[in-house]
Design a protein around this ligand. Structure first.
Ligand code: PEP
Length: 247
């Protein structure tokens, strides 16, 4: 079965609404293939700015709270994100796991709430350098997937394999390494769901993706696109990565 490639931008805490709007205008003006879906996760405040006008892009958020509403100062709900025009939400990013102590159980609750609210979760998983060195990579990925996706219909989830040691370090996984880990993730999806999910679920690679690295990565049969941080902040650079899908 063919999965349509997705190139997703995670802007983290970068770009005001005005800057986000300028980026979107610039990217829209470039020659984009219809064979690739372009997802962008700006800041919460930039979301309604970029979704106010029709564009060929899909917009989403970088995080959300697991409750419907309530006394949670500074948090944002799935319904608020939908109202601001979000169609997807990044969950379980390693920065959330490490800096804000998000656990697999919490990520599971957020994921359930996102699906309920009709927001497509983009679930990030990945091992640290220490876990890889200790030979625990597969165990870590299996646990992250199994807990986060418990009782979830995997058909409604996109996964990003993001080795923590590759994020923002300039040390991307090799295409072969990414392919190997994506295949492993599919085997876990088959175990916890069924074969159809394993085949249908899009698995993106994330971690220091550059235009140079993108082509070889996207040639791997089980790499369905990329989640891009730093290199997504400049429209031209991001565009070059997008072009790597159809060299
Ligand atoms: C990320 O944070 O999701 C990411 C992939 O970052 P970078 O591309 O900068 O490594």
């Amino acid at each position: 079965m063919s999965r349509i490639p997705i190139i997703a931008a995670n802007w983290k805490m970068h770009k005001t609404g005005t800057e986000a709007k300028a980026f979107v205008e610039q990217l829209k003006g470039l020659d984009l293939s219809s064979q690739v879906r372009i997802w962008i996760a700006p800041s919460f405040t930039a979301l309604p700015v970029v979704t106010a006008k029709k564009t060929p892009f899909v917009f989403g958020a970088q995080n959300m709270h697991q409750a419907d509403e309530g006394p949670f100062t500074g948090e944002i709900s799935a319904r608020m994100l939908k109202d601001a025009g979000a169609d997807f939400v990044i969950l379980g990013h390693s920065e959330r796991r490490m800096l804000y102590q998000e656990t697999d159980d919490l990520i599971h609750l957020k994921l359930k709430k996102a699906v309920e609210a009709d927001l497509l979760p983009l679930l990030c998983i990945g091992e640290t350098e220490h876990e890889r060195a200790a030979g625990h990579t597969e165990r870590v990925l299996a646990a992250q997937l199994t807990v986060a996706l418990k009782d979830i219909n995997c058909a409604e989830v996109v996964i990003a394999y993001e080795p923590v040691w590759a994020i923002g370090t300039g040390k991307a996984a090799t295409p072969e390494m990414a392919e190997h880990m994506h295949l492993y993730c599919r085997s876990i999806l088959a175990d916890i769901g069924h074969e159809r999910w394993a085949e249908q679920t899009s698995i993106l690679y994330g971690g220091s993706v550059t235009a140079e690295a993108a082509r070889a990565l996207f040639q791997q049969p089980n790499v369905d696109g990329a989640l891009v941080g730093g290199a997504s902040l400049n429209a031209q650079t991001f565009y070059q990565i997008i072009q790597g899908v159809n060299p």
